[in-house]
Ligand binder design. Structure first.
Ligand code: IVH
Length: 706
């Protein structure tokens, strides 16, 4: 009976469906693991081993399966980082153990004094090893894992209870949703992680790396939006607002450094081992931590990083020195909220006051006007500062910054120095209120303001300041990389009327360049002017061979940076094809939203830009996109398309076929696998029929890949 039943089942289609399901299910589990793993390689280790396109394909497949089987989706799926609607408020979370703060030391003597105090309390301190870590200036967060699953995340709050910011923290890509990190088939080298506590609460610092912060501000500035003041407030503000979608759009990352609480499992006995243990679980851990046997060595290491603080990829306000032995650390106890076992050795503050002589205005590439402070030169941490950003005109008004004020200026990391605000007590009555200009300081045309934006714009397309920025951007390293085309030469060439738009770079003569090389350049440069001009001409010539992605970057389309330019260059064979793209079509590309799509279409629609393109083309600056060879169900098959397809444009059909591994050719031959036919086909149809090539429509084409 039993056997019969199985035989029946075996033959039934029902069983086959179950079999397929099981295959799909294990494929799904595999995909989840792969995506987690590659996410980890990218966001935690900063060492990806697959391309963005390959990663996107895995995510796409994962999402497809989840769309068909919503009941399979678990909260630790990599697709579940951003979900849900904005909250009304944050709930309070009690921490399972106090989340402590740190006492400060400002000099090496302060650190010795601290060590003396604790040495008297416990003689083990004398020989205790120390761990030194950077003290990141971000937002302290507490992360709860139950049975390896990220279940809750909170702010530090008052140390006893914080706010539940779980939904926001989930969007932080370097935060593991599950620990230990599901390992990939590719990852055979690492040892299996040790037994995990069933309940583990860790602590770390969430922050925005300086480079990402600057890129974010650049993007906002170009879009006429308000820029952020500093990385710390931006990270804290983005995590402590109620809409996870906004958090997800901010480049927040995380470094974890402490186990706050553990239940049902062993945890390491030292700080040094804790860091390594947390690393094996898949948490992001600083690679700047070091362990020392003496206090002298620990202090020297902290001082080394003070001297090199501009090299730190994040804002740090000091180095933390910690007793390595956690049992000893606990025995030393707490004063108020500060553990005796650790001390923050603070870097010298980089805030000074100086006089605001004047307010100048810069005109950006997109015409955005940005005010800057002209300061009485002042040294901040070894650098003389005489200019600082004032963000935007609203900021000047909000902070009531007046010309003649004594102002507080901050320089942090590599971030451009900025004015924090006026020192009101220092006012003499001689200061005067600043009024934003009503005309562009570069071209004198009236400035404009757009609804919903904070920025003021110069909308004059012929404004020399904008042209200057445009050319600077066009020749810059990430774009056409024309070495030697410095700001001074560009300025002279514009002044002399030799450059009216970027395409004019390609018609410059040796005489034009010689004339533009200023007297000062001639004196300071080691090379004779003739040689300089020849080198520059050679660099211009060479730039004609830059790939399409760089040319797209160089055009300076609002919202299109290097990464997006590379995506566009993969999707479109050249600038002719890209200029025909529609807003809908562009949005098919991962990462391009309606605003950027509209900005691209708008750029290509403008007559002046079309003229620039024609001139670039005439000058031979017309690279073809390299469509990468993809593996897929259509690998090895060549397609020819004829007639108008019902939903795909030609470009889309081509991109579709290529993204699944196929090739598209213009003419039918015996090597053609399929002719894809739409309405009003041409002579290709006849030829295909003659050669016996398979003929299909758009629908069949789509079915070939499923
Ligand atoms: S240890 C008992 N380590 O600094 C543990 N704190 O001013 C006490 N911080 O609230 C904290 N990096 O948010 C520690 N490597 C690090 C840190 C760090 C940043 C923050 C933390 C703390 C604040 C104290």
């Amino acid at each position: 009976m039993h056997i019969n039943y199985l035989c029946d089942l075996w033959q039934s289609t029902h069983f086959l469906v179950i079999m397929n399901h099981m295959d799909l299910r294990s494929r799904y589990e595999w995909l989840k693991q792969e995506v987690h793993y590659h996410n980890y390689r990218y966001h935690v280790l900063d060492a990806p081993i697959i391309s963005d396109a390959e990663y996107d394909r895995l995510v796409k497949e994962l999402k497809q399966i989840e769309a068909e089987h919503p009941d399979w989706v678990t909260p630790d799926s990599p697709s579940q980082r951003v979900g849900g609607r904005p909250l009304d408020r944050f709930e309070k979370v009690r921490h399972p153990a106090p989340v402590l703060s740190l006492a400060n030391a400002f000099t090496a003597d302060d650190v010795y004094a601290w060590f003396d105090r604790i040495r008297k309390l416990d003689e083990r301190v004398e020989r205790a090893a120390l761990v030194v870590e950077p003290k990141i200036d971000g937002l302290s967060v507490v992360l709860h894992y139950r049975e390896g699953l990220f279940v809750q995340g909170a702010t530090r709050g008052d140390g006893d209870a914080g706010e539940d910011i779980t939904a926001n923290l989930r969007t932080v890509r370097s935060l593991p949703l599950r620990i230990p990190l599901p390992r990939s088939s590719e990852d055979v080298a690492t040892a299996p992680p040790p037994a995990l506590p069933s309940y583990l609460v860790v602590r770390g610092e969430a922050f925005i790396p300086i480079r990402d912060f600057e890129a974010l501000n650049r993007k906002l500035r170009e879009a006429g939006e308000k820029t952020y003041l500093n990385p710390r407030n931006t990270a804290a503000g983005s995590l402590r607002q109620l809409d996870p979608k906004l958090t997800a759009s901010r480049p927040i990352t995380l470094l974890v450094y402490q186990i706050v609480y553990a239940e049902g499992g062993e945890i390491p006995p030292t700080q040094w081992q804790t860091l390594n243990y947390l690393r094996t679980l898949g948490f992001p851990i600083t690679d700047l931590a070091r362990r020392f046997d003496t206090l002298e060595a620990a202090i020297a290491y902290a001082q080394e990083w003070e001297a090199r603080r501009d090299e730190l990829p994040f804002e740090a306000d000091g180095m933390v020195i910690k007793i390595d032995d956690l049992a000893l650390a606990a025995a030393l106890g707490v004063v108020g909220k500060d553990p005796r076992s650790a001390i923050a050795f603070k870097f010298a503050a980089r805030e000074v006051t100086t006089l605001l002589h004047d307010i100048g205005v810069n005109v950006g590439r997109t015409g955005v006007l940005t005010p800057y402070a002209v300061l009485e030169p002042v040294e901040i941490g070894g650098v003389i500062v005489e200019r600082a950003t004032l963000h935007n005109f609203d900021y000047i008004a909000e902070k009531d910054i007046r010309i003649g004020d004594r102002v507080l200026v901050k320089r942090a990391g590599d971030v451009i120095p900025y004015v924090i605000g006026p020192v009101i007590e220092a006012r003499t009555g001689q200061e005067h209120v600043y009024h934003p200009p009503s005309t562009c300081p570069a071209c004198g045309q009236p400035v404009e303001h757009f609804e919903g934006e904070v920025a003021w714009y110069c909308v004059n397309a012929a404004c020399p300041a904008q042209l200057m920025r445009n050319v600077e951007h066009f020749v810059s390293r990430g774009a056409m990389d024309i070495v030697g085309m410095g700001a001074k030469i560009v300025e002279k060439l514009i002044e002399a009327g030799k450059i009216h738009h970027v395409a004019d770079l390609y018609t410059l003569t040796r005489a034009d360049i010689l004339e533009a090389i200023t007297k000062k350049d001639r004196k300071t440069d080691k090379q004779p002017p003739g040689k300089l001009a020849d080198n520059l001409l050679a660099a211009i010539e060479q730039s004609k061979r830059q790939p399409l992605a760089r040319l797209i970057t160089a055009l300076g389309i609002r919202g299109v940076g290097e990464v997006m330019a590379a995506d566009l260059a993969r999707a479109y064979p050249d600038l002719d094809a890209l200029s025909r793209a529609t807003v809908e079509e562009l949005q098919q590309i991962e990462g391009i939203g309606p605003n950027t799509a509209a900005s691209i279409v708008d750029w290509f629609k403008r007559e002046a830009n079309q003229q620039v393109l024609q001139k670039l083309k005439a000058a031979g600056v017309w690279p073809k996109g390299e469509t990468p060879k993809q593996e897929g169900p259509l690998s090895g098959l060549t397609f020819v398309i004829t007639g108008a397809l019902p939903s795909f444009t030609r470009e889309q059909a081509k991109a579709f076929i290529e993204s699944h591994g196929g090739k598209v050719s213009d003419s039918v031959s015996k090597n053609t696998a399929y002719l894809v036919v739409g309405e009003n086909p041409g002579s290709k149809l006849e030829k295909a029929q003659r050669l016996g090539v398979k003929i299909i429509g758009e629908e069949e084409l789509k079915r070939l890949v499923t």
